[in-house]
Design a protein around this ligand. Sequence first.
Ligand code: ZN
Length: 147
Amino acid sequence: MSDAIEGKPFPAITDQTRPFWSGAAAGRLMMQKCSACGTVNFYPKPWCIECGSRSLAWVEVRPSGTVYSHTVAYSVAMNYPAWQAELPLVMCLIDLDDGARMYAQLTDCSPDDVRIGMRVDAYFASIGEGAGIPKFRPAKASEASGT
Ligand SMILES: [Zn+2]
């Protein structure tokens, strides 16, 4: 696949995490939701992070959220060349509108412009082998309040 992440490590995909990666390849943000208490898990686990139930179902969640926190990487561990080319890299903790807090890369946003509380939308990049990865960029201002 031409847009595969040449030069970057491929994630270790297991039966437990596969729906997340294959969902992203299909343009869908997939999370585990607890059938007992409704909590949305990130990252995938065998049990609910809130109540410990093992009754989890994969659901599609809205690909939108708010930046909870962020950091900027100016160097890459092990100097993977493909990452090197993307520096500086903005990484965020994002509170999804449907409940989970996930970490992801924020693109299309200068490190000077990222803010806690900013609205972001997910998009999906193919990483090959039937897998994709969600990344985020600043939300369009169409829903912004005020004038
Ligand atoms: Zn639960």
